[in-house]
Design a protein around this ligand. Structure first.
Ligand code: 1CP
Length: 354
């Protein structure tokens, strides 16, 4: 493994490991990206995948929010779609629409179009971006790596892009259960190896995004979601037991207890979940992350500060990483992101003194 500058702020990692700290760490999902003018300036000259595939640009964009706000983590600038690409599918980033697959998986026969990738060849650009970013961060904050969860990636690969209901992908689970499992298995193998490679390239914490897990029912989640999430955590923690693992299974109210029994150290909650109830369900088996409604960032600063205070009170001072309940939105005002981050600093210190 390469050697890197020593970490000056390890609040995020210590909290993820369950240690008590004198302030709640904070970062924001999708903290780099379109709401930042400095990101849009780079995108004027470079298309999305060019930024992702050029380590200098990816590092610059990853660090932009860290330069601007007192954050406790940096998440590598990339996308969950790099894994379907590595598996041989073409992904286009259509402006205003997000990722699009010109030839999605229509029938089980299409699984023959997938390739078994050489991870270093297919995803080496992400590893290079991580190594470069880790150096350029100079130990300011830990670097977070990530991947999409198997079900969420399958949803895009079958549907062909973003969708409200992902009905084609969900239809597969009932019409082609064995082919669905074969697909999920192939994605799982790549994601596990990819995440292990990310640690070896410099990632200090890893998050698995199951953004569309909430479209599954309790039983379909237990069959097509959870086992693959579990296996990823087992394989990554066997290789790197000290690297905290975070799972974000959006809207999976029914699955918190099962997630708490896995190797994930941190469970990231969306804003529809009550922190007190989640704490009651998971007990001390996991650290919680989240979960301010991203739309609270549209509120006036005073109202936003009250929302942050209320959220922090719900989680309590320990075993909590402050974050949003989902990602930043492209029309968010960066100054309101600042209010969010600074309010976490202020109120979480205050909570420990009263
Ligand atoms: O034009 C642009 O600049 C593209 C916008 C954009 C950005 C900035 C996309 C397209 N992806 C990203 C970066 C990205 N994606 C990051 C790194 C930035 C950071 O967090 O700071 C991360 C972690 C992701 C992860 C991601 N991509 C997820 C999981 C998290 C979530 O939001 O649920 C998902 C579902 C995607 C797919 C995706 N990529 C891009 C868009 C617009 C979407 C969503 C499409 C949809 O609504 O289905």
């Amino acid at each position: 493994m390469p050697t890197f500058p020593p970490l000056k702020n390890d609040l995020l990692l210590r909290t993820a490991r369950g240690e008590t700290t004198d302030r709640t760490p904070v970062w924001m999902m999708r903290q780099a990206g379109r709401y930042l003018p400095e990101y849009r300036a780079i995108r004027e000259d470079h298309d999305f995948f060019e930024v992702v595939e050029t380590p200098e640009l990816a590092a610059e964009v990853t660090i932009q929010p860290v330069e601007r706000f007192p954050l406790d983590g940096a998440i590598i600038f990339s996308d969950i779609m790099v894994v379907p690409e590595a598996l041989g599918l073409t992904v286009e980033m259509v402006s205003g629409q997000g990722p699009t697959f010109p030839q999605p998986l229509a029938t089980p026969d299409d699984l023959d179009r997938l390739v078994d990738p050489n991870i270093d060849a297919a995803l080496g650009h992400v590893f290079d971006a991580l190594t470069r970013t880790r150096h350029e961060l100079e130990g300011r904050v830990p670097l977070i790596g990530f991947a999409g969860a198997p079900w969420t990636l399958m949803a895009y690969m079958v549907e062909g892009g973003g969708s409200k209901s992902y009905r084609h992908a969900r239809a597969w689970l009932y019409r082609h259960p064995e082919a669905s499992k074969a697909l999920l298995r192939r994605i799982t193998d790549v994601v596990a190896e990819y995440l292990i490679g990310q640690v070896e390239a410099g990632a200090q914490m890893l998050q698995v995004f199951d953004s569309w897990a909430g479209l599954l029912g309790p039983e379909t989640f237990r069959t097509f979601g959870l086992p693959y999430l579990e296996e990823i955590a087992e394989r990554v923690s066997a290789a790197h037991p000290d690297v905290p693992l975070v799972v974000f299974a959006k809207n999976v109210h029914h699955g918190l207890e099962a997630l708490a029994a896995t190797e994930y150290d941190v469970i990231s909650l969306d804003w529809t979940m009550a922190p007190e109830a989640a704490r009651h369900t998971v007990g001390d088996r996991a650290v919680l992350q989240g979960n301010l409604d991203p739309c609270a960032l549209y509120a006036a600063p005073e109202a936003l500060r009250r929302e942050v205070q209320h959220m922090l009170a719900g989680f309590g001072p320990h075993r909590h990483i402050a974050n949003l309940g989902h990602g930043m939105l492209p029309d968010h005002d960066p100054e309101h992101a600042r209010v969010f981050v600074e309010a976490v600093h202020e109120h979480s210190r205050h909570m420990r003194t009263v």
